[in-house]
Design a protein around this ligand. Structure first.
Ligand code: SF4
Length: 279
């Protein structure tokens, strides 16, 4: 069982139990169905399936519920049985070239299964999935293609890349390891330290853990990562001092691929005329 002592812990426990209730309801009402998104509040609908990129998340929740259930109880058995039932059909996706989401699919499901059992067959599924994803690597440019086209690259799906590292570690394949360790575009986020932060983020209380939040947001707004004005903590801090930040565009995007304009941050009073004008 999960036990947390703080107030936040109570909220977490409630949410955790609610999640279990919802997953149970889903699998009992729509057995074998992997939800993607709702339409008019319903999981099942005629909307597009895209690439079934979320299919690992449902079994992933079941593995978590199993892990935190009291051992050898009907609850634990229920979640184990369902976790296996929903994980097993994902295996053929290890060779799926139409998706770039092998990390989401397999680290949520097979990885958790392998961690529990140590079964080499589960490890092999993970390795194959990692190798399939690594086929998107473009030597010239040292980046992973998001789609099978050279002008697309991983941005918001970087969390998938861990499975390439898993395959590299488990097989000792130097070429796979290089994608993770030495390809600069892959390491770009990972190597950032507090020393790379600037502006407000450099002096922020959370600097060390947050490292200025979303790289893409900061880069697209400010021309470089390390100072992210789109931050709730930061807005609250300015507000507490009667101030706010406003972004003013100082340079248009030039119209090239992955291009961006540039903005300047204006710090101003949050009260009186300025605040009234903005409602
Ligand atoms: S993004 Fe927000 S929380 Fe993170 S370092 Fe910057 S100001 Fe602090």
């Amino acid at each position: 069982m999960i036990h947390l002592s703080s107030d936040t812990g109570d909220l977490f426990e409630q949410s955790y139990h609610f999640a279990q209730k919802q997953v149970r309801k889903l699998v009992e009402k729509h057995a074998g169905f992997y939800p993607l998104y709702t339409q008019n509040g319903k999981w099942t609908h005629e909307g597009p399936d895209w690439t079934h990129w979320c299919d690992g998340f449902l079994p992933g929740m079941m593995w978590i519920f199993y892990k935190h259930s009291p051992p050898d109880t009907p609850e634990a058995n229920y979640w184990l049985e369902h976790a296996v039932r929903y994980t097993t059909p994902l295996e053929p996706r290890k060779h799926d070239h139409d998706v770039h989401d092998h990390g989401f699919l397999f680290l949520s499901s097979y990885y958790r299964w392998w961690r529990l059992t140590g079964d080499p067959a589960h490890r092999d599924v993970l390795i194959e999935a990692g190798k399939t994803l690594a086929q998107r690597f473009k030597e010239k440019g040292q980046y992973l293609r998001s789609f099978v086209a050279d002008n697309s690259l991983f941005i918001d799906i970087m969390m998938n890349i861990g499975i390439v590292f898993f395959a590299a570690r488990e097989t000792g394949d130097r070429r796979l390891r290089d994608i993770w360790e030495n390809a600069e575009p892959m390491a770009f986020n990972r190597r950032r330290t507090v020393e790379d932060l600037w502006g407000y983020c450099r002096t922020c209380y959370y600097a060390e853990t947050c490292l200025a939040g979303c790289t893409w947001t900061a880069h697209a707004l400010m021309g470089r990562a390390g100072n992210n004005p789109m931050c709730h903590h930061r807005a609250l801090d300015f507000d507490a001092r009667g101030l706010r930040e406003r972004l003013v565009k100082v340079k248009d995007a030039e119209g090239r691929s992955f291009d961006h304009g540039e903005f300047e941050i204006i710090v101003e009073a949050a009260v009186g005329e300025a605040a009234m004008a903005d409602g």
